[in-house]
Design a protein around this ligand. Sequence first.
Ligand code: SF4
Ligand code: SF4
Length: 248
Amino acid sequence: MNKTTKNHYIKTNRIFNPVRKYGWIITVLVAIGGLWEPKLGLVVLLIMGGLIITSFFSGRYWCGNICPHGSLFDKIILPYSANKKIPEFFKSKIFFIPFFLFFMFNFTRKIIMILNSWGTYDILDKIGALFSNTYLVVMIAGGTLAIFVNSRTWCQFCPMGTMQKISLGLGRKLGIAKKTEKKITISDKSKCISCGKCSKVCPFQLSPYLEFSDKNQFDNINCIKCNTCVENCPLKILSLEKEDKSAA
Ligand code: SF4
Ligand code: SF4
């Protein structure tokens, strides 16, 4: 599928692994199935642990390759999405930081209330219900934005995305991510014809071709390493590489 919309951005395949193809089933299972079996929500604990650990080493790789909501947005909803430009407001710190703090405050308050009933037989149901209800809210809010604005609008201010940026920031500060993080890399900047295709197909509407560093890498902390630009560059000069493999 390579369908041009009225605007600048292009809908194209973003699914390059089986987890991205079928991950959306987990979203539906946890969000909807959790209404009947709240313990299904406990899966989200594994998901949170996974994304915090992987982002320390490799940034938002989780968002572009593993996230079940990302799979829902890109595999199921993208064909029906308006695919508009994502409003800058959703990407701005004045929005996503207060949203993150509000989310964390609210979530922590609910967890403390539940933990007050520690020892009761249904504690796991209560914790699971909190997570699965949160998953359902994200599915409805993120899904609505995905249809009427852009499939990855929610991801601009998703609290889990913000947690990953914090975790990567720590990994980069400690010098560990420098050795482990893969970034979009251009083999030779002089070969780029500035066609902008890498930007037009990017789910996050980033512009790697305008931002390559001296090491020929795209350092943007929001890149979800989804490979869509790699697959669509007409000259095949992009790849996902660690810094030590990038062309100097
Ligand atoms: S798609 Fe390839 S050739 Fe086109 S602007 Fe991006 S890097 Fe350059
Ligand atoms: S720059 Fe490339 S890898 Fe990064 S989010 Fe955009 S399309 Fe995906």
